[in-house]
Design a protein around this ligand. Structure first.
Ligand code: GDP
Length: 445
């Protein structure tokens, strides 16, 4: 589904990874090509721009690992950034359908694949999740659409709400709810009417249905081949009715795939599934890491860099532990810890993981030790000279003033940091004395 983009990026990175050393210009040129490739795949300009910027920033700040080439490292960064741009919260493919009967509202434009997707999803819920599913068509303007859903229902062995002529969509939604409750269904899918374009009447109808159905999930079904139009449609539906996720259909075609890449970044809504054909099982969970892998087609390199990073981190940890055991803990060590904490999701997250530090994590949180504080502390350390970092005890008033000013902070902030370094240094000494098998070893694991 991303053949063209994949081919283009493949070309860029093949060249990049073959080179031993990379200049800043090499990376810039490559990233310019990445940007063009994204735009050609119909990724929206702001998203493409932001993507390349994020990669550039990470590429310049990346810790250099000896065992991989800079080009390989760039591939890994692009790979991670692809995952980031594609990811939503929660587990891919999971829908909020506990508390039966759970209503799912299917919305979208006519011809986008809404009815087909409703049936595909019903089949999936029945077969994979063992749910008892009911489907109901609310498309009163197109009797053929109602028939279509009933036929698909028979085909996949899923019940559909009997068609009653002359009923309006809200009444059908109510009847579906009652029927789902009485019949002991786990989930019921409401296939709303579509229009060729977004119009006021359609939106009002969908809103009215939403208000009576109170859906657990509202999924927009949209044709992935329409590129940026798909993203606009999603924005519109989200503003009016509020969607919880997107299903991109026709991703089996030779579309440019840009909709998939822009969707989450622009609408903030995750793609939950992709349609890959007309058949009833042609519905796939949208898994960002697999999709990123498919787009880049460079799984080997990604795995290689991951392994090298792990080795590097293990080596760093080992070195640090040796220093700590000797009771050495200066500003360089503190900075390394702070950087690590930032990477691991902040101070609280890190301390939660260390044995016996859960309480401290809570205190830190209460004291407002969030990422902002971490960043400020790192800035203060960056503002010190090499000698000062290695020997923080030499810091007197004039040096402190200079350092604080350099980081745009107050001397009192610096004093807090120094106190923290002293406390940690003391703690390290104590832990070091507990020996190799002690708490420190456990904490570093
Ligand atoms: P609706 O008007 O939104 O309900 O659209 P339909 O569900 O009737 O689908 C319109 C057409 O698109 C039908 O011929 C479907 O078979 C086809 N279709 C739906 N999803 C996909 C898909 O993922 N891939 C392909 N190739 N065709 C699809």
């Amino acid at each position: 589904m991303f053949e063209n983009l994949s081919e283009r990026l493949g070309g860029v990175f093949d060249r990049l990874t073959k080179q031993g050393a990379l200049s800043e210009d090499d990376v810039k040129t490559a990233l310019r090509e990445v940007r063009v490739a994204l735009l050609e795949a119909d990724v929206s300009l702001p998203v493409a721009r932001q993507f390349v910027k994020a990669v550039e920033k990470k590429a310049t700040g990346a810790a250099v690992t000896k065992s991989v080439t800079p080009g390989q490292q760039v591939v890994k960064i692009v790979h991670d950034e692809l995952i980031a741009v594609l990811s939503g919260e929660g587990e891919p493919g999971k829908l909020k359908i506990d508390n039966p009967p759970a209503p799912i509202l299917m919305v979208g434009l006519q011809g986008g694949g809404k009815t087909t997707t409703t049936a595909k999803l019903a089949k999936r819920l029945k077969e994979r999740d063992g749910k008892k599913v009911l489907m109901a068509s609310l498309d009163v303007n197109r009797p053929a659409a109602m028939e279509q859903l009933a036929i698909l229902g028979t085909q996949i062995g899923v019940d559909t709400l009997p068609i009653v002529k002359g009923e309006d969509p809200v009444a059908i939604a109510k009847r579906a709810k009652t029927q789902a409750g009485l019949g002991g269904y786990d989930v019921y899918l409401l296939d709303t009417a579509g229009r060729l374009s977004i119009d006021e009447e359609l939106m009002r109808q969908v809103e009215a249905v939403r208000d009576v159905a109170n859906p657990r999930e509202t999924l927009l079904v949209v044709d992935g081949l329409t590129g940026q139009d798909a993203v606009h449609t999603a924005e519109n539906f989200d503003t009016r009715v509020g969607i919880t996720g997107v299903v991109l259909t026709r991703m089996d075609g030779d579309g440019r795939g840009g909709a998939a890449l822009s969707m989450r970044a622009i609408t903030g809504k995750p793609i939950k599934f992709v349609g890959l054909g007309e058949k009833m099982d042609a519905l796939e969970t949208f898994e960002p890491d697999r999709i990123a892998g498919r787009i880049l087609g460079m799984g080997d390199i990604v795995a290689l860099v991951e392994k090298a990073q792990q080795t590097l981190e293990a080596e760093q940890a080992e070195r640090m532990m040796k220093r700590f055991q000797k009771g050495q803990f200066n500003m360089n060590d503190l900075k390394m810890q702070l950087d690590q904490m930032m990477k691991m999701g902040g101070m609280g997250a890190m301390m939660q993981m260390m044995p016996g530090m859960g309480k401290m994590a809570k205190q830190a949180e209460e004291a407002g030790m969030d990422d902002k504080v971490l960043r400020q502390q790192i800035a203060l350390i960056n503002s010190m000279t090499k000698v000062e970092r290695a020997n923080p005890q030499i810091l007197q008033a004039s040096r402190k003033k200079r350092i604080a000013a350099g980081a745009g902070m107050e001397v009192s902030d610096l004093n807090k940091l120094l106190k923290m370094q002293r406390q940690m240094s003391d703690m390290m000494k104590k832990m070091g004395k507990m020996g190799k098998g002690g708490m420190l070893k456990q904490a570093m694991r």
